[in-house]
Design a binder for this molecule. Structure first.
Ligand code: GDP
Ligand code: MG
Length: 163
């Protein structure tokens, strides 16, 4: 079976933007089961001849801080169960927020590799903004821009090392 990469993070960090860049037009068809809300999108990705499945976990996004925290917690827990590698996405412009810390707490307990993707690094001056994210305590931290597509190769290099 293909390895599974889950993109996890609070709303608005750019998960769906990166998901779409990774899959191109290779969105997988997911069968709806009765009584099950479709809260995740699956697609197929490829990097350096390595094929993998990728999950955008950001389907449940309800307004209100309590609900957002609850939904990111649920997403992170689902991702931990299913994924071989977790791509933890954060926002360079926003810095570390309480919701990011909430996700990090859950990911610490996972015995799965985590790569931190710092999105919205839209220009090289912003590269300094990635350093604070090392304090989240995960190994690799990679700056990317979903807007421009930069850094995505470096990010996928780190991800596929864990397969
Ligand atoms: P999600 O909620 O985590 O799935 O985030 P989205 O992919 O929906 O993106 C949230 C917002 O951030 C949208 O307005 C995107 O256009 C914007 N966005 C995504 N990537 C970037 C980026 O690299 N730079 C900037 N400046 N904005 C981005
Ligand atoms: Mg989304």
């Amino acid at each position: 079976a293909r390895p599974i990469v889950a993109i996890v993070g609070r709303p608005n960090v750019g998960k769906s933007t990166i998901f779409n860049r990774i899959i191109g037009d290779k969105l997988a068809i997911v069968e709806d089961k009765p009584g099950v809300t479709r809260d995740r999108l699956y697609g197929n990705g490829e990097w350096l001849n390595t094929h993998f499945s990728v999950i955008d976990t950001g389907g449940i996004e309800i307004e209100g801080e309590d609900h957002i925290l609850r939904s990111v917690r649920v997403q992170a827990e689902l991702a931990i169960e299913e994924a071989d590698v977790i791509m933890f996405m954060v926002d360079a412009k926003a810095g570390i927020t309480p919701a990011d810390s909430e996700v990090a707490e859950i990911l610490y307990r996972a015995k799965k590799p985590v790569v931190v993707a710092v999105n919205k690094v839209d220009n090289l001056q912003r590269m300094d903004d990635i350093y604070e994210f090392y304090s989240l305590g995960f190994g690799e931290v990679v700056g990317i821009s979903g807007a421009h597509g930069t850094g995505l190769g470096d990010l996928l290099d780190e991800v596929i090392k864990h397969f």
